[in-house]
Design a protein around this ligand. Structure first.
Ligand code: PNS
Length: 160
């Protein structure tokens, strides 16, 4: 069985992430969408909330499993028996960081390969960071995120 790992902070998951996950789910037998704790970022949502949003957003994809991890990506991949990491690439600006992570992950675990899916043009400008900024400044993001994420963002804003 071919299994791909789609890792990310998913804080929150956006239509851009979902497009990449959906396309990976059409190529691989199974896709693990894994919410990672990212020590370089202060998340808005808890890991449980991020998993809940990802689960609801991927509910129509039977070969997608949502999981979480707070350790090293390659250790997780080894533990789950996955040797393909699939990531979305938006623009040249993503490339350097992704290239560095892919190289380092290969150093740490040579059997794990990283593959990239180019984002659709309509998602080129989308990021979780910009979505949160728009919401907290009163903008409408409903066409950029799944309904569950829009509701959860509104709840966070109301409680802030
Ligand atoms: O959605 P993000 O924040 O761009 O995802 C980054 C993520 C979670 C994929 C990256 O930070 C990661 O791989 N974290 C796991 C910890 C790890 O293995 N770090 C070393 C990477 S070379």
């Amino acid at each position: 069985m071919s299994i791909a790992l789609c890792p990310g902070s998913f804080d929150p998951i956006t239509n851009g992430h979902l497009d990449v996950i959906r396309r990976a789910a059409g190529i691989f037998d199974k896709v693990l969408v894994t919410v990672f704790h990212n020590s370089r970022k202060t998340p808005l949502f808890t890991v449980a909330e991020r998993m809940q949003m990802a689960r609801e957003a991927c509910a129509d994809l039977p070969n997608v499993e949502v999981d979480s991890c707070d350790g090293l990506l390659v250790d997780y991949a080894r533990r789950r028996g996955v040797n393909v990491i699939v990531k979305g690439l938006r623009a040249v600006s993503d490339f350097e960081a992704e290239f560095q992570m892919a190289q380092m992950n290969r150093e740490l675990e040579p059997s794990v390969e990283t593959m990239f899916i180019m984002t659709r043009l309509e998602n080129l400008f989308l990021s979780s960071r910009i979505i949160k900024e728009i919401v907290f400044l009163g903008g409408d993001v409903s066409r950029f995120v799944p309904p569950v994420v829009n509701s959860m963002l509104q709840m966070k804003k109301a409680g802030s």
